[in-house]
Every structure is written in C-alpha cells, then in structure tokens.
Design a protein around this ligand. Structure first.
Ligand code: PAF
Length: 286
C-alpha cells in the first residue's frame, strides 16, 4: 500500500488507478473499526482499485469539541488497510489541506443546520468543505460512507448533486456490536459503565422499530417514546430525537417510506449518534 501525503501526488496516483478501472474511495478520520472496514470491503467487492484517506479534519470540530483528543492510531490503521488490499492511503497534513490563506467554505445551506448541524454549528460545513476537496483530489468512481451518519449522508448526497460531482455515493449499513451498540471511533472514550449506559440508544430505536412493525405511524408518539427511553437512563443526556425525511431532513408527521428516526445523546462528555431508516420497501433498517 502506498502512503501519500501530498495532494498533487494523490491526484496523480488516483488518475493512474482510475485509468485501469473503477476506483473506490473510503474517506475516514482514522481510529478504524469494523464499520470503516465494511466500507473498504464494499469497495473491494465492487471496484477494481480502492483508495482510503485518514484525515482528522479540524474544520468539522467546534472550538469546545474533541479534536485534540480524537483517537489517532495511524500505525494500526494503516496495517489494517494494507491487509485488506487498499492500494493507496492518503494522509495529508493539516497545512497541505488548509494552507495559509485558505478561505473557501462549502456549505449545503438548510441541510447544514439540521440534526447534528443544529447542535454542532459549523460541523457540516467542515465536512462538506473537506469532502469536496477530497473528491477533487481523488476523483473516484464511487465513494463509500456509513449510514450511521445519516444526516451526513443527506448533506453529502446534496453536495454531490449540487456541485455535479460525477461520483456514485455508496451508503453501507450500520455495523453494531453484538449487544446493539453502533460502532463509532468515539466508543473508545467510554468506560465499561458508560458503554452500558450507551446501550439505551439502540434499545430505544429497537423499541421504535418494533412499534413501526406493529403498525405505529404517528411520528410524534414514536419520538416521545424514544425520548422517554433515553431520559429514563440517568447516565444519558438526550441531545435530539427527530423523525424526518431522510433526504431533506424535514420533520415528518407520519412514518412513510424514506423516514429516518435519528438521535444523539451524551454519555458524560461523549456524544453518540444512532438511527433507524424506514426504506422504500417499508423495511426498518438499523
Ligand atoms: O465520516 C467521517 O469520518 C468524516 O466526517 C469524513 C466523511 C471522513 C469527513 O472528514
């Protein structure tokens, strides 16, 4: 696996790979877990070549957020990626992505202030700015993202459409531990007790899934019940619970195909997210 830190070199290598067949791209911030690896596996199954990136993007963290302590485990990550056949790993320095004088911001207006964007102002602008740059550098055939970041998925789909990126976005299912906890690099912050408390997130969504499968269609009733389950856990502080259209992130009154129930909650200082999606065939995916 080639390690590349220079954007111009990455662009050159990616173009060479693309000339030989479809190029898959898995952008990450590192601290890789089975969720990230499922994106790589999906690309390896579909694309002739796979490139990944690791860049802890300062622009998507607020001033009081965890940029400084975000887990960084470069050697372990690059060994994992090399093992599964990633051909090039792009790991730019902050100064290479945001050189002195950098002054451009890519904003998906409207969507950028919904769900996580409401409680993390500026977060999605940071994501769309860096993803637009990464897309321009790598110019892949397909880019792979996880459904766990459902609001990010909506924002990035709109970005790709609005800016005519000729890149297919492939969204892969949430990967969970056997007890239901959705995998996240931030799970590394949790003590054993906090991890136990965090199980309320998937428990609340599982209850919502059972209710929907039993015929419940009232969005507010479902939302209240999820909030009640989260609030019953004194070790948890709900941030938001929303029932929305998965594409435009606007609130829905009833559950229909393409309805997303998304939530965020704090376990002590750690903010976790999770969601379920009612797909076009009315299957409840989580
Ligand atoms: O989902 C992530 O890990 C990040 O938001 C991304 C897409 C790599 C942009 O920094």
């Amino acid at each position: 696996m080639r390690l590349i830190s220079d954007p111009a070199e990455m662009r050159k290598i990616a173009a060479q790979l693309l000339a030989d067949g479809a190029l898959g791209f898995v952008p990450t911030m590192g601290a890789l877990h089975r969720g990230h690896m499922s994106l790589v596996t999906a690309s390896r199954a579909r694309d002739r070549h796979t490139v990944a990136s690791i860049f802890v993007n300062p622009k998507q963290f607020g001033p009081t957020e965890d940029f400084g302590r975000y887990p960084r485990q470069f050697d372990a990550d690059s060994a994992l990626l090399a093992d599964v056949g990633v051909e090039a790993l792009f790991t730019p320095a902050i100064e290479a992505m945001y050189p002195a004088g950098f002054s451009t911001k890519v904003s998906v207006e409207g969507l950028n202030s919904k769900l996580c964007g409401a409680s993390r102002p500026g977060h999605f602008d940071g994501v769309t700015t860096v993803v637009a740059k990464l897309f321009n550098i790598v110019q892949p055939t397909r880019a792979y993202f996880g459904q766990k970041d459902a609001a990010q998925v909506a924002v990035l789909r709109r970005l790709a459409r609005d800016l005519n990126f000729d890149i297919e976005l492939v969204i892969c299912p949430i990967v969970r531990d056997p007890d239901g906890l959705a995998l996240s690099s931030r799970n590394a912050y949790l003590t054993r007790e906090q991890r136990h408390a965090a199980l309320s997130l998937s428990r609340a969504l599982n209850q919502a899934r059972a209710d929907i499968e039993a015929g419940e269609r009232d969005a507010e009733r479902l939302r209240r019940k999820v909030i009640d389950t989260l609030s019953a856990n004194i070790d948890l502080r709900p941030d938001y619970v929303e029932v929305v259209d998965a594409d435009n992130l606007l609130a829905r009154k009833t559950v229909e195909p393409n309805t997303l129930i998304a939530l965020a909650a704090f376990v002590d200082g750690t903010r976790l997210i999770d969601n379920l999606l009612v797909d076009a065939a009315f299957r409840v995916l989580m």
